[in-house]
Each structure stands twice: as structure tokens, then as C-alpha cells.
Write a protein that binds this ligand. Structure first.
Ligand code: SF4
Length: 348
């Protein structure tokens, strides 16, 4: 991919473009090359891709398993190398996903996490027995998987706010196996920064999507990703991120200082934020996010949560499992309870 990035950054033609258009060049060049049928370094054939990722008969690692349903990304966020290194977006046919899920459940998996770089852009071929044929989105796929006997829990990651569609929201409302915990990256609360990142959504659109999800599944807890100190981020932009965090109230989050990814459009931006400013902003954001996470966990104390036990804990006689909100729960129990979902009173 390194070579591809250099091609994208140094086009061999003279183009007179403004700074905004210049930032779109890697995306335009990658899209043009794919449209011509040329392969980027990471554009290998879908069959090769998923044969490598999901060989038939592979044993699940345990009671929880990962199942790749989608690879690559066509979003071209300006800070991200995925569209260049992992290739164009491709979705596995639904029948293949269901067959692999069946194998995983047959091998002992009780929880499956559907994986994809942009998982809710999933648009796989519908199974051949479907009267209407066509494609399924992630919502339809989740409904079908929920019909597999023995599959108790379904999760998916990583999703993009723009690809949360009506069918997916309806799946959150109707499918009890779909866990009420969603990682939905927002990156920033500033529309100016989101536009510069080419995120294709505004802060308000993100908030409205979250509201629709919470209307569908009131106990939904949210996790997100944040980048602070993106080139050009002003103090006002950063305050908008804090405001968004305060309004949404996250149960968990991952936050980072912007760091240059060579070959991405943002790497060439002239208005890089000084390191001490990034450090101070990250500390302030993480303080708020950690307080929200602690409050969420504290609210669970004294409640009874269904815990899927996965493996022995650190201490003899102990098991460790996960709550619906992906919190690790340790308790004393016999090893033969591994693979079971047991109601557990949560203590601090
Ligand atoms: Fe795609 Fe996510 Fe990377 Fe954006 S951040 S280009 S949506 S993989």
C-alpha cells in the first residue's frame, strides 16, 4: 500500500486545485483506478479474502466468536488509511455468513460479533431462496442470524453513523439477541472538523441517529471514538466535541490525539495543532469520558445482569464473562457453567 499512497499523493499530472479539492485527490485517484478495473495493492479477490478470513470448518475460539461479513471501505475519511490498505468495500453473500454462523454455533459459540471495517455498510447478496432476491443490509442479516437455534447474542462493529438505516434501527427494536451496546464512532462534535475529516455527517445528524436508536432500544449504551487535535481544530471546535459528549453520555469511549498517517490527505494539512494543545485537550476530554463511564458502571451496581460466562477467571474457582454492555464480570462459579448465561447481581 505504501506505493499506492505515494501515487495518490504525487499525481503525475499538473492539476490546479484548491486546498479542499487537493484533500480529495487520494480518494478520486483510488476511485478512478478501481473504476478502470485496476487493483489497488489491497484489492484482492473477494473469494481469496474471505477464504483467508473464514476457512470452512474453522473452530470457534470459545463461546464468543467473530465473523467477518464485510471488508474494506469506500468512505475515505481524510485521516484513515483503510480505503487504501484494505481496498474497496465488499460484503459476503448472506448465505455464506449464515452458513459460517451455523458452524460457529455448532462448535459452541453462543455470541457472535459481526465484523467489518464499515460493518453497517453491509450489502451482501440475499440467500438464493429469498422470493425477492436482491441484497440484504445488516438489519436483515441480523434478523436471519437471530433465527439460528443456540445463538444467544449478536453484536457488530465497527459502524459508521451514516450507514445506520431504518432496517438496522428496527433490528435493535425487534431482535432481543442484538445486544444493547453499540460502538458508533463520531470522532468530533464540530461540523467544521467533521467536514474536513470527510465524515459525511454532521454532529446534529449523529445526535438524531442516536436518539432514533435509543427510541428503538431505550437501554442502548453507546461507545465511540474521538480524535482531538485534528488539523485546523480550534478551541471552539473542541468545545463542540465536549458539548456532544455531555449531551450523548457515553458508556465507554476510545480517544486519541490526531497523529499523521502518511499518505492520507490530513497528513499534508498545514494547520497541524501543536502537540501541547492536543495533549491538554485529550486530557480534558478523557476526564469527561471517564466520569461518564464510571457513572454508567456505578448505575449497574445493585442490578441483576445476564452474564455470558466465557472462561476461567484469574483466581481459582472464578469465572469471567460479559454483561450485555460488554462489561467484564467476575464471579465464583463452577467451570461447567462456561457457555451459560446466568443472572448475576453486580457489586462494585
Ligand atoms: Fe472507512 Fe472508518 Fe476509515 Fe472512515 S475511519 S475511511 S469509515 S474505515
Amino acid at each position: 500500500a505504501e506505493g499506492e499512497e505515494i501515487v495518490a499523493r504525487q499525481p503525475a499530472v499538473d492539476l490546479v486545485v484548491g486546498p479542499q479539492a487537493y484533500h480529495q485527490l487520494p480518494e478520486l485517484i483510488a476511485r478512478t483506478r478501481r473504476a478502470r478495473g485496476e487493483r489497488l495493492a489491497a484489492d484482492f479477490a473477494p473469494d481469496e479474502k474471505f477464504d483467508a478470513l473464514a476457512p470452512a470448518g474453522r473452530k470457534p475460539a470459545g463461546v464468543t466468536a467473530f465473523l467477518t461479513v464485510q471488508e474494506g471501505c469506500d468512505k475515505f475519511c481524510t485521516f484513515c488509511v483503510v480505503p487504501y490498505t484494505r481496498g474497496a468495500e465488499y460484503s459476503r453473500p448472506a448465505a455464506d455468513v449464515i452458513a459460517e454462523a451455523r458452524r460457529l454455533v455448532g462448535g459452541g459459540a453462543r455470541e457472535i460479533t459481526l465484523l467489518g471495517q464499515n460493518v453497517n455498510a453491509y450489502h451482501g447478496a440475499a440467500p438464493p431462496n429469498q422470493p425477492k432476491g436482491g441484497e440484504w443490509g445488516l438489519g436483515e442479516l441480523i434478523r436471519a442470524l437471530a433465527g439460528l437455534p443456540g445463538l444467544e447474542r449478536i453484536r457488530y462493529t465497527t459502524s459508521h453513523p451514516r450507514d445506520v438505516d431504518d432496517a438496522l434501527i428496527a433490528a435493535h427494536r425487534d431482535v432481543p439477541q442484538l445486544m444493547p451496546f453499540l460502538h458508533l464512532p463520531v470522532q468530533s462534535g464540530s461540523d467544521q472538523v467533521l467536514a474536513a475529516m470527510n465524515r459525511r455527517h454532521t454532529a446534529d445528524q449523529y445526535k438524531r441517529t442516536v436518539q432514533r436508536l435509543r427510541n428503538a432500544r431505550p437501554d442502548l449504551a453507546l461507545s465511540s471514538d474521538f480524535i482531538v487535535g485534528y488539523p485546523g481544530e480550534s478551541d471552539q471546535d473542541f468545545r463542540a466535541t465536549l458539548d456532544l459528549v455531555a449531551e450523548i453520555d457515553f458508556a465507554q469511549a476510545f480517544s486519541f490525539k490526531y497523529s499523521v498517517r502518511p499518505g492520507t490527505p490530513a497528513a499534508d494539512a498545514e494547520d497541524q495543532v501543536p502537540e501541547p494543545v492536543k495533549t491538554a485537550r485529550l486530557a480534558e476530554l478523557q476526564d469527561l469520558l471517564q466520569r461518564q463511564q464510571r457513572a454508567f458502571n456505578q448505575d449497574c451496581v445493585g442490578t441483576v445482569l445476564p452474564v455470558l460466562f466465557e472462561k476461567p477467571g484469574r483466581h481459582p474457582g472464578q469465572l469471567v464473562g460479559r454483561s450485555p454492555y460488554l462489561q467484564a464480570v467476575h464471579t465464583d462459579a463452577s467451570p461447567d457453567r462456561i457457555g451459560e448465561i446466568i443472572p448475576v447481581m453486580i457489586h462494585a
